[in-house]
Structure formats: C-alpha cells, structure tokens
Design a protein around this ligand. Sequence first.
Ligand SMILES: [Zn+2]
Length: 50
Amino acid sequence: MMIDDSELHAMQSQIIYEKIYRISLSQHSSCQDPDHPGCEECEVEQEIDD
Ligand SMILES: [Zn+2]
C-alpha cells in the first residue's frame, strides 16, 4: 500500500507536534505553570468549569 505525500506530511507533523508537546510537558509538568501545555487532567477540569 502506498502512502501519499500529504498523508506522510500529516504523520510527520503529528510526530513533531507530539515531541514538542512532550518536551514542554516535561519542563512545565505542573498544571499551575502558565507555560504548561495542558494535559488530560487540565481538560477534565475545564470540562467541569464549563
Ligand atoms: Zn495539566
């Protein structure tokens, strides 16, 4: 099965996004940190606030 360029590009973008996310999450692991990129816990809290 062939993977076309746009699909490959989307996969690479996703990998890069996840790398950046993991690095910033490890550097700003506290949900109270203004540079914290967000995690599942934050999302749950936001849903409760709404
Ligand atoms: Zn969080």
